[in-house]
Design a protein around this ligand. Sequence first.
Ligand code: ADP
Ligand code: MG
Length: 258
Amino acid sequence: MTLLSVQHLAKSFGGVTAARDVSFLLERGELLAIIGPNGAGKSTVFNMVGGQLRPDRGAVLLDGQDITNTAPQKRFRLGVGRTFQVAQTFLSMNVAENVQMALLSHAKETGGLWSPVRMRHRDEAMNLLKQVGMEEAADNPCSALAYGDVKRVELAIALAGQPKLLLMDEPTAGMAARERSELMDLTSTIADTKGIGVLFTEHDMDVVFGHAERVIVLVRGQIIAAGTPDEIRHHDEVRRAYLGDDHALDRPKGVSPS
Ligand code: ADP
Ligand code: MG
């Protein structure tokens, strides 16, 4: 069964149509990027999938179940996870404690506070940190982490909720080119190993073309193209939509603007 099915989503804010008839599918283990100019409607679509926004029309199905009007917390329990920036309060805790908090919260959410999960929090946290390459930093304060490492911890926190679907809105914003690539390599490996479907928005075309398996291009709320990175790179309408940013599409993989 298809993991995520987005069907004919539409959303307007006053006179602005932020999304118009947006439909796409996402399978387990797949990395799907939504790209488009600023204001194209990427975050709007994203928030309708996450439940933060209610669509005017259309439907969102997770594993065939209609979750269009399901609250974000309930979606989370059903396996819709998203990365959030590590909150300021979390900076007072160490790395492992942050992940343990997320595990505890997930256990509560799923009604298993007194289940053996609680006893395993430290081990489980360490296991998640290992998956994101941060086990060595388990006892370091989060406030002392480099930015790229904070992003890894955010990923571990999102994974603590055992998502089937992971939503990442501009996960690499503010990161240096090498860090961006590393974070997406990691995301890709984890998605593949755990069979998690990942939906992400991204400005950096190198990250998109280097890591997404499929790409959706949104312009003024509408999907103008969908396909593999190669198909999108050579798509005439996409090139026109990104006119003036042509070099971004032509740049070979792995080479970033300085
Ligand atoms: P993107 O993430 O692609 O930059 P957004 O989804 O944030 O685009 O925005 C799409 C359009 O909808 C923009 O014109 C934006 O100004 C408008 N918009 C988004 N959210 C709101 C909101 N909460 N209220 C009013 N207008 C909004
Ligand atoms: Mg946005």
